[in-house]
Structures are given as structure tokens and as C-alpha cells.
Ligand binder design. Structure first.
Ligand SMILES: C[S@@+](CC[C@H](N)C(=O)[O-])C[C@H]1O[C@@H](n2cnc3c(N)ncnc32)[C@H](O)[C@@H]1O
Length: 275
């Protein structure tokens, strides 16, 4: 079978299974099976696909039909122009998190703390963009920290990135110019309504703190002042409806200047709190 025939059949099967974006996913899975970049798939479409790639592609399509996210099947995700390893222990980095990166890069910082670092995508992107900076990534999940350490090494950032198992600030010492976090923020009663790719495959520790969804912000707002240098800044990602509540938590914790900023789709996405 040629690449074209295989791709068309996979798009039909994924579409019939209710996968949104079936053509895009099929291309990414075929590229993965062939060991080439997705943008090169068009070049090989007229050619016959060998037996090893065919078997790998069939297995990948079956996993996708079971609703496993493409990033977990292929093992990686591009974020802010860099590749990050993704596993079932880490959140799949989301494009909307680039709004937090943009807000952070407007500031000067030499030290940065990333709470709930996951793949390390926020910390490592900031360190890659600021070659003079160093940082600490904290997470409660040892498995996620292993992935983050591997990503730091793969990106050549291991000397400037440290990682620590910590329940938010509990094991963190020292003060930082910048604290960033994309914490779990889905309310307990919203979990059942999530897409199966998220609900059934991504770690619940990364998705929800339980309850009303803002417990992580309570911990971060409560501990931030003691871990910031004077004049330091906290930047957190939020769910679209959480701006007023999270901004109020930071004001109540003594932050004088607190702003809520939108993402590229115009939805509230980031809270910036300055001491
Ligand atoms: C929404 S994910 C964000 C991951 C990554 N920073 C990103 O933006 O893709 C939240 C992360 O917080 C971590 N986490 C959850 N509860 C935590 C806690 N009590 N202390 C530290 N990290 C926690 C999870 O393991 C997960 O890696």
C-alpha cells in the first residue's frame, strides 16, 4: 500500500471513531511510524510503505481510536518551538500556556521558580529564552520530575535547571525574581465532562486539585510573598472563568498590582501579581 492509501484509510477509521481533527492526527501518526517530520509526509505519499512502518502505523491508529492523545503515542509535543517529551505522567503542554510565557518574557529575571513543572515546558522555555537565567522546577509527581529532567538534558539546559519534589512551596527554599505556575485548575464536578483524551489519559493530579478548582491558587498565593525577592512577580495560568477569584486571592495575600490578561482567543488566561 502507498502512503496515500494508508493515510486515507486511517482518516476514515479515525473519523468514524469520532476523533476530531482526524486528518491532522493521521498525518502525525504516519510521520511517527516512518520516523520523519510531519511536514515531510506529503513527499512520501506516492511511495509504498514498508512492513515495519505499516505495523507501527496500525498500532498507533489503534491507540488513537482508544482515545490516547497523539502526544503520548508519539512521545512528544512541540511547545514554543521546542520539542518536549510527554508521557502518561505529564500534562500535554497546551498552546494557550504560551500566553504565560509571553507575560513572563516581558519581565527581567535571573531566577525563576516553576510550581507544578510537569514536562518542564514553562521553566525550560524561559531558561532557553533567557540564557543568563537559572531556575527550579517543583512538582509533587516524581515521574513527572524524571520527564522534566530528561527534557532539560535534551535541550542542553540541565546546568541551569534544578528539579525538586515538593507540595507547592513546602520543600522550596530561597527567593526568586519570578514565580510561574500552570497548576491544576479544573473543578471536581467538571471532570466528567472532559474529552476522553484528557479525562482518561492525562494524570488527574495535573488536571484537578478537587473541590472548586482553585485550591492550588490558594496555596500559591499564600506562599508566594515569602519566596519572592522585593519587587518580584508571580504569573499563573487560569481557567477562563477564574480571573476575578484568583486575582482576589493575590490581593488578599498583599499583592498591590494584580492584572488578568487574555490569551490569543481573548479568554482570560493569566494572572500577573506584583509585590
Ligand atoms: C496543569 S499541570 C502543568 C504542567 C506544566 N507546567 C505545563 O504547563 O504543561 C499541573 C502540574 O502540577 C503538579 N501538581 C499537582 N499538585 C501539586 C502539588 N500539590 N504540588 C506540586 N505540584 C503539583 C502536577 O503533577 C502537574 O505536573
Amino acid at each position: 500500500m502507498t502512503g496515500s492509501e494508508l493515510l486515507a484509510a486511517a482518516v476514515r477509521r479515525l473519523g468514524a471513531a469520532g476523533i476530531e481533527g482526524a486528518p491532522r492526527d493521521a498525518r502525525r501518526l504516519l510521520a511517527h511510524a516512518l520516523g520523519i517530520a510531519p511536514e515531510r509526509v506529503s513527499l512520501i505519499l506516492p511511495d509504498p510503505v514498508g512492513p515495519a512502518a505499516l505495523t507501527a502505523f496500525e498500532a498507533a491508529v489503534a491507540r488513537r481510536i482508544a482515545r490516547e492523545p497523539v502526544s503520548q503515542i508519539t512521545g512528544g509535543r512541540d511547545f514554543y518551538g521546542r520539542r518536549f517529551r510527554v508521557t502518561c505522567d505529564t500534562l500535554d503542554p497546551r498552546p494557550e500556556t504560551e500566553a504565560l510565557i509571553a507575560a513572563a518574557l516581558e519581565r527581567r529575571f535571573g531566577t525563576v521558580l516553576d510550581l507544578g513543572t510537569g514536562t518542564g515546558c514553562i521553566l525550560l522555555t524561559l531558561l532557553a529564552e533567557r540564557p543568563e537565567a537559572e531556575g527550579l522546577g517543583a512538582d509533587l509527581s516524581p515521574a513527572a520530575l524524571d520527564v522534566a529532567r530528561g527534557n532539560a538534558a535534551a535541550l542542553g539546559l540541565a546546568e541551569r535547571a534544578r528539579f525538586l519534589r515538593s507540595d507547592w512551596f513546602a520543600s522550596v527554599t530561597g527567593r526568586f525574581d519570578l514565580i510561574v505556575s500552570n497548576p491544576p485548575y479544573i473543578a471536581a464536578d467538571e471532570m466528567a465532562g472532559l474529552a476522553p483524551e484528557v479525562r482518561d489519559w492525562e494524570p488527574h493530579l495535573a488536571l484537578t486539585p478537587g473541590g472548586d478548582g482553585i485550591d492550588a491558587y490558594r496555596a500559591i498565593a499564600g506562599g508566594a510573598a515569602a519566596h519572592l525577592v522585593p519587587g518580584g512577580t508571580v504569573i499563573v495560568e487560569i481557567g477562563a472563568s477564574q480571573g476575578p477569584a484568583v486575582a482576589e486571592l493575590f490581593r488578599a495575600a498583599g499583592f498591590a498590582r494584580v492584572t488578568v490578561r487574555p490569551d490569543l482567543d481573548g479568554r482570560d488566561r493569566v494572572v500577573v501579581a506584583e509585590r
